[in-house]
Design a protein around this ligand. Structure first.
Ligand SMILES: O=P(O)(O)OC[C@H]1O[C@](O)(COP(=O)(O)O)[C@@H](O)[C@@H]1O
Ligand SMILES: [Mg+2]
Ligand SMILES: [Mg+2]
Length: 324
């Protein structure tokens, strides 16, 4: 049995970063426990608040955010945090080396129906200057600067998927010992797939290239793509990315014209960048449909970005439809 901290040591991860990751895991284990309790813990349903993006927060969004925030702002290696559920960045320890950005509970609409949700996190180095941990500008680094990224999928088992830049490993929470244990090493996404994931109910709002690609997928083996495609939509990005890591696929949340000033639904800093690091470390491709997500220069911590990620050859094929 190989535990998380042994893999971090083997991969040469420094002690400060190890501490930050292990603190994130303490919060995630607590979130996993609360999810397991469900109604017994009284944490299902909506809170009375909205987040900065105008979305109604689920109670568990708030509970998960508070768990992560509390442990991280008290971590002497964390200079500050940014969260999907916080209007502003929050300062941690002034001398802290790292910034942690997170989506505390991804796939919130699945909470009440007892389906898969997750926590996504991204870790950046804090710039070596006098700016404070609540100064938003220090977080505006592109995704290539991430030193680690991961998610915990809360499904029938809780699985940590982590990269520190040396490939992607899976760790399953062993509830008997309360630790994440290595269960798959150096995961690689197959380059080809016959499975796509997109919220089809938004079809009429997409740009023409996006509509054409999906129409060609639906045309099956006699259509231009000459393949019979299958479709999945879990409505939890963590669960979709996990499926793609396990068996390949393409996941898309493209730009649409419902709110043209917002480039898509998903958030660059809490969803796009960390998932892109994981997908690219596993040999897949992660783009906005036109450029690598990790090359996007962030302008705001809550910025959105279109997402098209997964099996390399399929993502390239889909991107070809958006070129003009
Ligand atoms: O409601 P839709 O359109 O199916 O959107 C589902 C998408 O929204 C998300 O739930 C957004 O994340 P949050 O739950 O963290 O807001 C993604 O996980 C998922 O891919
Ligand atoms: Mg999310
Ligand atoms: Mg969320």
């Amino acid at each position: 049995m190989i535990r998380l901290h042994e893999i971090l040591k083997r991969d040469g991860v420094n002690s400060e970063l190890k501490q930050v990751i292990s603190h994130i895991m303490i919060a995630c284990k607590e979130i996993s426990h609360k999810l397991g309790q469900g109604d017994l813990a009284g944490i299902l349903g909506s809170s009375v608040t909205e987040n900065v993006q105008g979305e109604t927060q689920k109670l568990l969004d708030v509970v998960s955010n508070d768990l992560l925030k509390k442990i991280l702002v008290e971590d002497n290696c964390v200079k500050g945090i940014a969260s999907e559920e916080e209007d502003y960045t929050v300062a941690g320890t002034e001398s802290g080396k790292y910034l942690v950005l997170f989506d505390p509970l991804d796939g919130s609409s699945n909470i009440d129906v007892n389906l898969s949700v997750g926590t996504i996190f991204s870790i950046l180095e804090a710039p070596d200057d006098s700016r404070q941990g609540d100064d938003q500008t220090i977080y505006l680094q592109n995704g290539r600067k991430q030193v680690a990224a991961g998610y915990v999928l809360y499904g029938p088992s809780a699985i940590l998927v982590l990269t520190t830049g040396k490939g992607v490993n899976f760790f399953t929470l062993d509830r008997h010992i309360g630790e994440f244990v290595l269960t798959r090493e150096q995961v690689k996404i197959p380059a080809d797939t016959k499975e796509f994931a997109i919220n089809m109910s938004n079809q009429r709002f997409w740009e023409d290239g996006m509509k054409s690609y999906i129409n060609d997928c639906l045309a099956g083996e006699t259509g231009p793509l000459a393949k019979r495609y299958n479709m999945r939509w879990v409505a939890s990005m963590v669960a979709e990315v996990h499926r793609i890591l396990v068996r390949g696929g393409i996941f898309m949340y493209p730009w649409d014209n419902r709110e043209p000033n917002k480039p898509g639904k998903l958030r660059l800093m809490y969803e796009g960048n960390p998932m892109s690091m994981i997908v690219e470390q596993a040999g897949g491709l992660s783009t906005t449909g036109r450029e690598h997500i990790m090359d996007v220069t962030p302008e705001g911590i809550h910025q959105r970005c279109p997402v098209m990620l997964g099996s390399k050859n399929e993502v390239e094929k889909a991107m070809g439809y958006l070129k003009d």
